[in-house]
Ligand binder design. Sequence first.
Ligand code: FAD
Ligand code: NAD
Length: 405
Amino acid sequence: MKRPTVLVLGAGYGGLATVVNLQKKIGTDDMNVILINKNAYHYESTWLHEASAGTLAPEDVRYDIKGVINENKVKFVQATVEAIDVDGKNVMTDAGEFPYDYLVIGLGFEGETFGIQGLDTYALGIANVNAARQIREHIEYQFATWSLEEEKDDSRLTIVVGGAGFTGIEFLGELGNRVPELCKEFDVPKEKVRVICVEAAPMVLPGFDPELVDYAVSQLESKGIEFSIGTPVVEATPEGVKIKKGDDQFEFIKAGTVVWAAGVRGNRLIEETPIESKRARVAVREDMRAPGYDDVFIVGDCAFLMNEEAGRPYPPTAQIAMQQGVTVAENIIALANGKPTHKFVPDLKGTVCSLGEDDAIGDIFGGKKVTGTTASFMKKMIDNRALYMIGGVPLVVKKGKFKFF
Ligand code: FAD
Ligand code: NAD
């Protein structure tokens, strides 16, 4: 019997979890498993706010894919996916074409700018390792230039963060610690620096526990971070951002750095396929297959799933992406053996949002609230657990976070 070819696109949390769980369960001759990813490394998207602020080196955020796959069972191809032909069962990349029997699309998230004028050109996004490096270096460049210029433009030292969701807040937490270091490094008086978070909704971290939100805001404010709430960004220019303050009222914030952290969408390649999607996220069937395509699975941020109990979609998170990878691996093996697939059931363990190196807020295990160093410890344990699930103890030892307090 012909061995089925399983093509996994993207070595993010969902794609890698699929491959690692497949390789645990199959024999060397059972399937041709091919993993395709743009880079030879996986990056921890959940740590990108640290690399962006400069509190973690970009190389610490990533690890080699070949270090966590079993090359007797999985072939890794470094290539950029250019198109997906789901009717012809073929994937086009810059390294050639790859036909498949089963496809797993795990191409991850892209920043969503909602068509707001100027954002694509003038704002920076926390999208991947090199984008994070660019943000860090851009901020450093602004500080260095301010120090050197004779007629000083203080707006160089203003950093606007668009969006007070988890990404925005985690990035602000890192900036709160990084700005004093930058001031020291570049001879900049601290009072010259402004970090302003602009949020469209009437509250920070919309929908999260209000007590924990209050804690986060007061901790960030104590580090000098300003909040402009209920004031959507409506335009970005080379000089800064325009925000809406009332029905017909606008304000312009002059800023040397604008970081856009106001939401995500799925990978645009999805929109070029006939698979139905909304903001490149596919409302998957309960076994994680795409509607209308029995041989196509979607994992991670490209998948959309409703939490019927809560009456709202599950948020696109690494936590869920990794759990989906486990189910997708099991369902591919089931299909290859002519057996029925099973339903993906998320096991939500809660949310912990960091506020810098040694502070955090968390709503865990169905309602337990944690703050401060306890929450920060939990966040690092979660980070280490994610490494463990992909690469076991060796990866935790190599990349884990051990500075707890
Ligand atoms: P991704 O992690 O986005 O990976 C996609 C992969 O596909 C990448 O390797 C990419 O290089 C590759 N790829 C993309 N396009 C192509 C192409 N054309 N060809 C080849 N390869 C390609 N979630 C949590 O659960 N907990 C957290 O604490 C948390 N913190 C976060 C902090 C930040 C700053 C951000 C931005 C997100 C955070 N998230 C968190 C959300 C989480 O990171 C995402 O839900 C998760 O990364 C989605 O995983 P994924 O497998 O879908 O894809
Ligand atoms: P998000 O969608 O959760 O938050 C985006 C925020 O931007 C919202 O508060 C929204 O009101 C605001 N916004 C939208 N348009 C705006 C505008 N024009 N002007 C100003 N503000 C605007 O997006 P995110 O924070 O990037 O998170 C993406 C996903 O990643 C979520 O599922 C989140 O749960 C997950 N995540 C989790 C963690 C964690 O668990 N610690 C950390 C980061 C991200």
